[in-house]
Write a protein that binds this ligand. Structure first.
Ligand code: PEP
Ligand code: MN
Length: 338
């Protein structure tokens, strides 16, 4: 159930409503927007008489949430979520953020050169995988924590934030000092134990859509994180598997406006995994910004062809720089900044 409070509702009135909801046996999640507070009650509400809540002082309206996701739905935060990071960087809202870096962290030179160049062209986040989910157990599996240390150093030297994939619960704690944003990869979108644990972590989470996941399943996975009290979730469209073989995945651009309609959570477009091909990254990045993406996640590498993983879809630094210029024009055209 959703209880929307009146603009002028007092804290005492809000507390009284929360108490009544708890007494009725539901877990209460509160968001305080620019104009009003919204209380989402999650639990057995099917047989509750909602009029009782409508009559409490300070209540504007009450309704049942019919969608299976309760906290990820747009009604919970009608104005949209803006995830705030250090240095004033935000994901969501007017600005389109950019996250760029290699698929895998490989060495110091690679990370420092990438950090300097992506920062210079306007990126806010440095990406790089240290724990890699590879299709083959014999492929490069990532540098682990020493790699994350390198990425942190390079990012700090250039005033960037960091994002990296967490594959299992035991990695959460050791990763905390080095990352600003946990990435949950496509293969782990339905690793519910990991999602639950990230709900307890007080750091934002970038949740990628699974290779065969519907948008509803993506939103339900975000619900696992939010149910734990971590509302700083950013979704990511990274392509899904279809019958098409011309591209590695099919980048579902329509998922971007669909998510914005259904949910308040920001959504990122990842044209690198979305296409698997360097020549298609630019067009799909442009399309994602035009469709309203709140950020773009792109794989770049100083020596793209020699990247330890995902070389074929990785941009050279010069290509990334040119793309940033194009994305700025498109962002302006759709009323955003980049
Ligand atoms: C990645 O970002 O390098 C990655 C492995 O992404 P995905 O989970 O989307 O395949
Ligand atoms: Mn990759």
């Amino acid at each position: 159930m959703i209880v929307a409070m009146q603009e002028k509702a007092t804290e005492d009135q809000i507390d009284a409503v929360i108490d009544a909801m708890v007494e009725a046996g539901v877990n209460v999640h509160r968001t305080t927007g620019a104009t009003q507070s919204i209380l989402a009650g999650v639990g057995p509400t099917a047989n509750l008489d909602l009029t009782k809540f409508e009559l409490l002082p300070g209540v504007l309206y009450v309704h049942r949430i019919s969608s299976p996701y309760k906290l990820a739905g747009r009604v919970f935060r009608p104005e949209g979520t803006v995830v705030e990071f250090r240095n004033g960087v935000k994901v969501g809202g007017e600005h389109v953020a950019v996250m760029a870096g290699p698929c895998s962290i490989e060495n110091r030179e690679q990370m420092f050169e990438t950090a300097a160049r992506v920062k210079a062209s306007g990126a806010g986040f440095l990406r790089g995988g240290a724990f890699k989910p590879r299709s083959s157990p014999y492929a490069f599996q990532g540098m682990g924590i020493p790699g994350l240390k390198l990425m942190r150093e390079a990012a700090d030297a250039h005033g960037l934030l960091t994002v990296s994939e967490v594959m299992e619960i035991s990695q959460i704690e050791p990763m905390l000092p080095y990352i600003d944003l946990f990435q949950v990869g496509a293969r782990n979108m339905q690793n519910f134990n990991l999602l639950r644990e990230l709900g307890q972590a007080r750091k934002p989470v970038l949740l990628k859509r699974g290779i065969a996941a519907t948008i509803e399943e993506l939103l339900l996975s975000s619900e696992y994180i939010m149910a734990g009290g971590n509302y700083d979730v950013i979704l990511c469209e990274r392509g899904i598997r279809t019958y098409e073989t011309a591209t590695r995945n099919t980048m579902d651009i329509s998922a971007i406006p669909v998510v914005h309609k259904l949910s308040h959570l920001p959504i990122v477009g990842d044209p690198s995994h979305g296409t698997g091909r360097r020549d298609l990254v630019g067009p799909m990045a442009r399309a994602a910004v035009a469709a309203g993406a709140d950020a773009i996640l792109v794989e770049v590498h100083p020596n793209a062809d020699k990247a330890a993983s995902d070389a074929a879809q990785t941009l050279y630094l010069e290509q990334f720089e040119a793309l940033m210029g194009e994305l700025k024009v498109i962002a302006t055209a759709v009323g955003r900044t980049l």
